[in-house]
Design a protein around this ligand. Sequence first.
Ligand code: FPP
Length: 250
Amino acid sequence: MTVIPLASGHRPVSPIHVAIIMDGNGRWARARGLPRTAGHRRGAEAARIAVETAMRIGVQYLTLFAFSSENWKRPESEVSDLMGLLRHYLRSEIGRFHDGGVRLKVIGDRSRLSPDIVTLISAGEERTAGNQKLTLTIALNYGGRAEIAIAARHIALDVAAGLLRADEVDERLIASRLETTGIPDPDLLIRTSGEQRISNFLIWQLAYTELVFLDLLWPDFSRKDFEAAIREYEGRNRRYGAVQDPVIVS
Ligand code: FPP
């Protein structure tokens, strides 16, 4: 008789890394007869509260999907409003982040962003680089497939240049070439607004992540909702493809 122990399946304590798809700003505004931009403004406030909550409850990495590479398809006025909000957010929050021990990191393609936003991002990343309480990653003009394609292209170039052998290309190497290198994979993904999709967000990194879909719109996301999502996560049993209970094989 062989007993396969429980070792590979365990009840998680608290999530180290939480990723959030902040969805539903437009619907929140429409329900109140307001312009979509009003929803984004309240969404930015909810993002600020989420950062504070993450710090208070000891989450070490928080990743927010602020603008996807597909969001350029929105009306120009909405894109420009979102960029304006981002500019404002970066200007007003960097000092506060720094004082609170937040390290800022931005992932995504910066080439389409306006130069002053790129400068704000670089300055914020540089200023907060030594902080360790919370790593806040903001995904901006980000797409998961593009991130993987760029990593693959760089690896192919290294192989062609003789810097790497093809048989050295494994999961660890690919992960090390993604923009999230050095950041553990998310333990928990929260998406608001009732939609149940990943939408090209961190598609490599979410392979074993617990997904929590909330039936509320992002501007309404509160400290209590964040804490409830964490409790939901804590009640789950992560098995990483292994077994849950000891299995007796005779
Ligand atoms: C989705 O709502 C939200 C976005 C595309 C943008 C998220 C941006 C913010 C929360 C504000 C800025 C963020 C930071 C970090 C400063 P939606 O517009 O798709 O809503 P809908 O699906 O109801 O139309």
